[in-house]
Write a protein that binds this ligand. Structure first.
Ligand SMILES: [Zn+2]
Length: 86
C-alpha cells in the first residue's frame, strides 16, 4: 500500500481525519473514490478534474460528502492509495 503524505499547509491530524481515496477515470473526467469515509463510514465520490488535468492537485483537504451532519466535521484529508496493492 502506498500512501502519499498530504502537502497541506494547514494540515491538522486531530481536526481532519484521513480519507483514503482511489483514482477512477471516467468519460468526462477523474473521480476520487473514498470507499469508507472516516466520518460516516459510507462511500463518497469527489471530483478529480478534467481529463488531461492533474487529479492529484485535488487531493488534500476537502469538504466531506457525508449525507448526515457529523458533529465536529471540518472535512477530511484526501490521500491517494494504490488499490491494486491493498
Ligand atoms: Zn462521510
Amino acid at each position: 500500500m502506498s500512501i502519499h503524505e498530504p502537502q497541506v499547509h494547514n494540515y491538522e491530524p486531530q481536526r481532519h481525519p484521513i480519507a483514503i481515496a482511489t483514482l477512477k477515470k471516467g468519460r468526462q473526467g477523474y473521480h476520487w473514490i473514498v470507499r469508507r469515509c472516516p466520518l460516516c463510514g459510507k462511500r463518497h465520490t469527489h471530483g478529480g478534474g478534467r481529463l488531461g488535468g492533474n487529479p492529484r492537485e485535488l487531493l488534500g483537504h476537502r469538504a466531506s460528502h457525508c449525507l448526515q451532519r457529523i458533529p465536529g466535521d471540518h472535512g477530511y484529508i484526501l490521500i491517494e492509495t494504490d488499490e491494486a496493492k491493498r
